[in-house]
Ligand binder design. Sequence first.
Ligand code: BEZ
Length: 216
Amino acid sequence: MPGITLGDTVPNLDVETTHKNFKLHDYFADSWTVLFSHPGDFTPVCTTELGAMGKYAHEFEHRGVKLLGLSCDDIQSHKDWIPDIEAFTPGSKVTYPIIADPNKEIIPQLNMIDPIENGPSRALHIVGPDCKIKLSFLYPSTTGRNMDEVLRALDSLLMAAKHKNKIATPVNWKPDEPVVISPAVSDEEAKKLFPQGYKTAELPSKKGYLRVADVS
Ligand code: BEZ
């Protein structure tokens, strides 16, 4: 995946959106943002995805996280498309801004290109308040994303950040489930960080590296 990736600062581009025009860093300031791209307006998969994001908007808002869409058409087209998006997904309200990129000039700068098609993809970056990319998905245009997974991955990032990356979340983790203690944390430090205690899995290797803590 060439271009900006995990840990890189998203370029501070001037963008035109369905709400107003702004610089990306002004939008990202002081909160986490889910920035997600779409190949084009009035296309079936994109219509379902943007509708799902509209339906989940309150979940992101509840976590203090902003949404920012991008689709490779102009503002008038986005505005004309929104009623279709909301009609197809009952309960959806497209309250988040959608960036216009009719000439596909922004997507390469945000590394939202499908390298096989050499064209638009379904890319998604979760951007931290420091304007750096914390997580990226890259799907081809033929595969719609799973918004439950976006939310689950976001919850994992927020949980790890809350614990200064001293914890990680295991496979299929969901909020309220136990987390694992990072291998970089010694047992001595773990005892201080988790005074409520933690469990070390007994494994054939006896290496004691899989330590599970309840932080809920
Ligand atoms: C879609 O959103 O349905 C779509 C867009 C581009 C290529 C294929 C599907």
